[in-house]
Design a protein around this ligand. Structure first.
Ligand code: ATP
Ligand code: MG
Length: 576
């Protein structure tokens, strides 16, 4: 197992365990003490390949692979591919890429529930032979009606007491394709009056003619999740089968199948799924956003998918730290999206090189700077990392600054550039505004004229003169035009699913979630930025070069702004 960077190496396992403790690790510790699995810890991450992974899956990946790492155990990657109608190789490939990107290694243990179809079938026959399963001819609707409710017991299917011979014969003919889709099911024979609805003769197999992405047309009966999952765990000798809370009510069934078959028994443990504000996490909805063209694809930088977050500029380290910070609990809750951004800023602050870029350019002419001259000024690459050194950035008579950094009539508390006011251009000079040029038609300022003080080279005044603002800038003749894509939350409301009657989550989509700016101007060193490279644009946020970049024009995604809402919230919440 490869320990992800920035995390305690696992030599003894002790340090990492002390760092991460939670109720699941407590259960594992207890199992190790009691010798339940002969010292083994073996988990699995079991995605259904019916969509791309999202940040909620990352929580599960970090948990399952993290436990394997901390206990010198193993974690399998298992594709839970029992629903051919919705699954696809594209999803398998993306899932593998995302798990690796997050920093985890399944060490070749890549398994598929579909590899177990034959074994599952044989076990089903075994249950029939024991009188613990039967072929039922009720329709789906009828099965539901017969099931009863939480208050009322269910009714037994009229087919429940078929003989073993008849059940075997019918089940084999189901497999052989003698009956149409949906005509019959195989059901476990448990207890139609059981207080837990999952125990009221649950369906194990349905007839479904669909081409499976791995088994082709070999099967026309497919196992239901509950039948496939626990038995797959058992085949792989999983010790701890960790799943989300919805499966708590399925645990008695999970244990019933294993007990009736007399096969190795994993322990199922449930934890609370991750919910995040301002986004949706259901794969069905994410698929709908992709298919409906509400976003540009699974890896649209606004998506909560791992591929979207990666493209946006998120690092695996920040996501692992987020997973560590939120921990695992037994009660469902919603985490503030700002907490994820906080982890990202912490990480990028340490390693993203600083650069200067102007998103909404306003031309500045330095009247007393010689025409045709340019000079190279030293700029610090990262004040958080002395080893990152400095670089040289050209300065010249004509520059760009942000439109927002100039006001002809400054409101109170606006300390940036305005007529008569002096400010610092970062790493360059003090400049003072001496005039403006306006568009004669619209009256908007198109050009700002300044003078500079040559004695302030590097941005320090020898006479101790103070200025109240430091602006970023780029030299117009040297700057490189680029496209910048700025993002807001994909949804307008913290809980997009909270909608009035007749509306749905899509009505909460934020129409301003993407803003494209071009041309923006960046310092020349950014010309060679490769897709995936990350920078802090001074005062503007963290940016990541996008794969849409062409040799002619680099495209940058704003990963996250610099403003740190979460730090403020946290500060407020900290006890005095
Ligand atoms: P959906 O219900 O949207 O289809 P799913 O939970 O069924 O998603 P799977 O591919 O079956 O998706 O999930 C693989 C693993 O990831 C499961 O063990 C599941 O419990 C876990 N998982 C999925 N979503 C979350 C989440 N939001 N938080 C934590 N774990 C999750
Ligand atoms: Mg699932």
């Amino acid at each position: 197992m490869v320990a992800p960077k920035n995390e305690p190496e696992n030599s003894s396992g002790k340090a990492a365990k002390a760092a991460a403790s939670d109720f699941i690790r407590d259960i594992i510790d207890e199992d190790l003490r009691s010798g339940r699995n002969g010292n083994r810890v073996h988990t699995r991450f079991p995605p259904e390949p019916n969509g791309y992974l999202h940040i909620g899956h990352a929580k599960s990946i970090c948990l399952n692979f993290g436990i394997a790492r901390d206990y010198n155990g193993k974690c399998n990657l298992r594709f839970d591919d029992t629903n051919p109608a919705k699954e696809d190789q594209e999803y398998i490939d993306s899932i593998k890429q995302d798990v690796q990107w997050l920093g985890f290694d399944w060490e070749g243990r890549e398994f598929y529930a579909s590899d177990y179809f034959e074994q599952l079938y044989r076990w089903a026959e075994q249950l029939i032979q024991k009188g613990k399963a039967y072929v039922c001819d009720l329709t789906g609707d009828e099965v539901r009606q017969y099931r009863g409710t939480l208050k009322e017991p269910g009714r037994e299917s009229p087919f429940r007491n078929r003989s073993v011979e008849e059940n075997l014969d019918l089940f084999r003919r189901m497999r052989a394709g003698e009956f149409p889709d949906g005509a019959r099911t195989l059901r476990a024979k448990i207890d139609m009056a059981h207080p837990n609805l999952n125990m009221r003769d649950p369906v194990m197999y349905r007839i479904l003619r669909a081409t499976h992405h791995r088994t082709g047309d070999r099967w026309c009966i497919y196992a239901m999740y509950d039948w496939a999952h626990g038995q797959s765990d058992s085949i792989e000798k999983i010790t701890h089968s960790i799943c989300t809370l919805e499966f708590e009510d399925h645990r008695p069934l999970y244990e019933w199948f294993i007990r009736e078959l007399g096969i190795p028994a994993p322990r199922q443990i449930e934890f609370a799924r991750l919910n995040l504000t301002y986004t949706v996490m259901s794969k069905r909805k994410l698929l709908e956003l992709v298919k409906g063209g509400f976003v540009k694809g699974w890896d649209d930088p606004r998506m909560p998918t791992l591929s979207g977050l990666r493209r946006r500029g998120y690092t695996p380290e920040s996501i692992r730290e987020f997973a560590r910070m939120i921990g695992v609990t037994k009660s469902n809750s919603t985490v503030d999206f700002a907490a994820l951004e906080y982890c990202l800023r912490q990480d990028l602050n340490k390693r993203a090189p600083r650069r200067m870029a102007v998103l909404r350019p306003l031309k500045v002419v330095i009247d007393n700077y010689p025409e045709g001259k340019s000079e190279e000024l030293d700029c610090v690459n990262n004040p958080e990392d002395a080893a990152a050194g400095t670089r040289r950035v050209p300065f010249s008579k004509t520059l760009y600054i942000e439109q927002d950094d100039f006001r002809e009539e400054p409101p109170p508390k606006f300390f940036r550039l305005s007529p008569g006011r002096e400010v610092r251009l970062r790493y360059a000079y003090f400049v003072k505004c001496v005039g403006v040029v306006k568009d004669p038609v619209t009256g908007t300022v198109t050009e700002v004229h300044c003078t500079y003080d040559p004695a302030t080279r590097g941005g320090d005044s020898p006479d101790g003169r103070k200025v109240k603002a430091t602006l970023h800038w780029v030299a117009a003749g040297h700057a490189v035009p680029v496209e910048a894509r700025l993002y807001e939350n994909l949804f307008l409301t913290p809980d997009p699913d909270d909608v009035p009657e007749g509306k749905d989550y899509k009505d909460n989509l934020n129409p301003r979630s993407l803003e494209v700016l071009a041309p923006c101007y960046v310092e020349p060193s950014l010309k060679s930025a490769k897709p995936g490279e990350k920078f802090q644009f001074e005062r503007l946020g963290y940016f990541c070069a996008d794969r849409d970049s062409t040799p002619e024009r680099t495209v940058f995604n704003r990963t996250v702004t610099l403003q740190d809402a979460w730090a403020k919230i946290e500060k407020k919440q900290r006890p005095a």
